[in-house]
Design a protein around this ligand. Structure first.
Ligand SMILES: O=C(O)c1ccccc1NCC(=O)[C@H](O)[C@H](O)COP(=O)(O)O
Length: 287
C-alpha cells in the first residue's frame, strides 16, 4: 500500500510536468543567467545557523499538513515571517507545497519583500526544475529529503543546487541513510524526528542518530519540537539547530511562543521573558 510519501512524490511529478508546460526549464534558466533580470541576492542561510547564539532556529510558515490537517486558519505568511524575524528566528522555512500543505511558491517572494531573514524552500524536491523555481522565486536554500531521492539522485540534486548558489539542508529519517547524506558533503544535515511514512514523532530519534553525524556538520533536529525543555535536550544531545513549525503555528501569540521556546537557551542567566533579538518588550504579534 502506498505511503503518504509515495503519494506526495507521485503528485510532485505530475505538478512538475504541468509547470514545465507553463514555463519551460530553459525559460527559468534564462531568467537566472540573464544579468539584467536582477534576481534577488542569495543570503547566507548556513552562516545564520552556524553563528546563531545558543541554537539556530529555522521557524516554519506552515498552514496545514497531512498529519495535522489545517493548523492555522488565520494565516498571513508575511505577518508570520515578520514576527519570526522579530522574535529571533535565524532562518525561515516556507512550505511551498500546495496540495498537501496549502503552501505556495509565491509565499517566498511575498516574504522576501518584508524580511531579510534567509528563506528555505520547504518542498519535496525531485527534479532540477524545482531548484530553478526556488532560485527565481527568492529562496536562499532548499530541502533535499534522502528518502525521496534514491541512488545518485540525492548527490546530483545537491550538486545542482550548489551550482545555482543555493544552500542545502539535506534531511534523513532512516538511520541507513546517514552515510549517503554525509557523502553529499552537505554542511547542514537534518534529522527528521517524524517518520514520514507513519507520522510518528520522537525527539529521541535525533539523539540516537547524533553521534553518527560528523562534528564538522551542523545537525538540525526537525519536527515535533514544542517546549524549551525539548530544545535544551536536543542542544545537549548535539543539535546545532532546530526546525519548528506546528507548535509555533498553533500558538495564539506566535511571537510569545517563539520567545518561550528559545529564550532559556539564548538568555540562560537572565529572565527570558520580554527578551528577544532587537526587542525589549511585549506586543508579541498575531493573537
Ligand atoms: O508534517 C507533516 O505531516 C508531514 C507529512 C509528510 C511529510 C512531511 C511532513 N512534514 C514536513 C516536516 O518535516 C515538518 O514540516 C517540519 O519538520 C516541522 O515540523 P513540525 O514542527 O512538527 O511542524
Amino acid at each position: 500500500m502506498p505511503t503518504i510519501l509515495d503519494e506526495i512524490i507521485t503528485q510532485k511529478h505530475r505538478e512538475i510536468e504541468t509547470a514545465k508546460r507553463t514555463i519551460s526549464e530553459q525559460a527559468l534558466e534564462a531568467r537566472i543567467e540573464n544579468p539584467r533580470n536582477e534576481l534577488p541576492e542569495l543570503r547566507d542561510f548556513t552562516g545564520q545557523l552556524r553563528n546563531a547564539v545558543g541554537i539556530g532556529v529555522i521557524a516554519e510558515v506552515k498552514k496545514a499538513s497531512p498529519s495535522a490537517g489545517l493548523i492555522r486558519a488565520d494565516f498571513h505568511p508575511q505577518q508570520i515571517a515578520q514576527i519570526y524575524t522579530q522574535f529571533g528566528a535565524n532562518c525561515i522555512s516556507v512550505l511551498t507545497d500546495e496540495h498537501f500543505f496549502q503552501g505556495n511558491l509565491a509565499y517566498l517572494q511575498q516574504i522576501r519583500e518584508v524580511v531579510s531573514t534567509p528563506l528555505l524552500r520547504k518542498d519535496f524536491i525531485v527534479d532540477r526544475y524545482q531548484l530553478l523555481e526556488a532560485r527565481v522565486f527568492g529562496a536562499d536554500a532548499v530541502l533535499l529529503i534522502a528518502e525521496c531521492l534514491p541512488g545518485d539522485t540525492l548527490a546530483m540534486l545537491y550538486r545542482q543546487a550548489r551550482q545555482l548558489g543555493l544552500h542545502v539542508l539535506v534531511e534523513l529519517h532512516d538511520a541507513h541513510e546517514v552515510n549517503r547524506v554525509v557523502d553529499t558533503g552537505a554542511e547542514l544535515i537534518g534529522v527528521n524526528n517524524r517518520d514520514l511514512r507513519t507520522f510518528e514523532t520522537r525527539l529521541e530519534h535525533t539523539l540516537t542518530l547524533a553521534e553518527q553525524i560528523p562534528a564538522d556538520r551542523l545537525l538540525i533536529s526537525e519536527s515535533g519540537i514544542r517546549t524549551s525543555a525539548d530544545v535544551m535536550r536536543l542542544k545537549a544531545g548535539g543539535s546545532r539547530g532546530i526546525l519548528v513549525g506546528e507548535s509555533l503555528m498553533r500558538a495564539a501569540d506566535i511571537g510569545q511562543a517563539l520567545q518561550q521556546l528559545i529564550g532559556p537557551i539564548r538568555f540562560p542567566t537572565n529572565d527570558a521573558a520580554g527578551r528577544a533579538d532587537g526587542d525589549s518588550g511585549s506586543g508579541t504579534g498575531i493573537s
